[in-house]
Design a protein. Structure first.
Length: 274
């Protein structure tokens, strides 16, 4: 079933556009992930109750990145409403910065209690394929979103622990948000490793903090699709990077399909808030 209500507006702090689009007054969980990581959910959950365009929502741009869809699905899972965004707009696409957090602001306005944001990442160690996000560094040089006063916002510690218990989540750690679209250089990778960064991402952090600042419990999964081999100039830097990578590899086991892990992570979050 596809619903496309008429009319547009600039901001939607109460999440009215979600109500009009889906016919559901409240959604308990927001999931954001690209379609390639949602195939197991598609198989297990079947067709959504409603599918609408993401770009129908106020301030939300149609995703332009490879593999992203301009689609937002609404499901009922045992009485809990779940919104699944099948794409996102990255800041490096060049649009207004506020568009990267527009969906987060709208979802928070609907009364969402939790969110799981799944993103692609460039690992700075060889810790595994899927990392639970425990904290982040903002290295973009700018605010994550606009506000009138300083705010407290953080990744939810209980959801973080729940994700680390999902079979296939091979590590937990800190991600660094960078502007993109280029991956970190060898020197940048070396410096960030020294700061305790495990992986680099180009989205999700701003959305997570916008949600958290509005009272939504937020968890994140970083799906590693690239590993930086960068080291500092000279043999000392190469030895340090090699020792850390070897230690990381020692604790990793066979990987599971990412889409299967994402599905189980979503179910784990639902169980936590249900």
């Amino acid at each position: 079933m596809t619903v496309q209500p008429a009319g547009t507006w600039d901001e939607d702090p109460g999440g009215v556009s979600i109500l009009l689009s889906t016919g559901r007054a409240r959604h308990d969980l927001l999931v954001v992930a690209e379609p390639a990581l949602l195939t197991e959910i598609d198989r297990a959950w079947g067709e959504p109750d409603v599918r609408v365009r993401l770009s129908y929502l106020p301030g939300v741009s149609a995703p332009g990145g490879t593999g992203q869809e301009d689609a937002l699905d609404s499901y009922d899972r045992g009485g809990l409403g779940v919104l699944v965004a099948r794409g996102r707009t990255a800041a490096y696409e060049g649009g207004p910065a506020h568009r990267t957090t527009a969906l987060a602001r709208i979802a928070a306005g609907t009364g969402a209690r939790a969110a799981l944001l799944v993103t692609r990442a460039c690992a700075l160690t060889e810790a595994g394929d899927l990392l639970a996000v425990g904290d982040h560094l903002n290295l973009t040089g700018g605010p994550l979103f606009t506000a009138t006063d300083p705010l407290d916002a953080a990744w939810d510690p209980d959801l973080f622990v729940r994700l680390t218990q999902v079979d296939g989540v091979s590590a937990a750690g800190v991600v660094a948000l960078v502007p993109g679209p280029t991956r970190p250089t060898p020197a940048e990778s070396f410096i960030m490793r020294g700061l305790g960064v495990d992986a680099v991402v180009m989205d999700s952090v701003a959305e997570a903090m916008a949600l958290s600042s509005r009272g939504v419990r937020v968890a994140g999964l970083a799906c590693v699709d690239h590993t930086s081999a960068g080291t500092a100039p000279g043999p000392a830097g190469r030895r340090a990077a090699g020792h850390r990578a070897a230690a990381s590899r020692a604790g990793t086991g066979p990987s599971r399909p990412a889409a299967q892990v994402v599905h189980e992570a979503v179910e784990a979050v639902l169980a936590e808030i249900g």
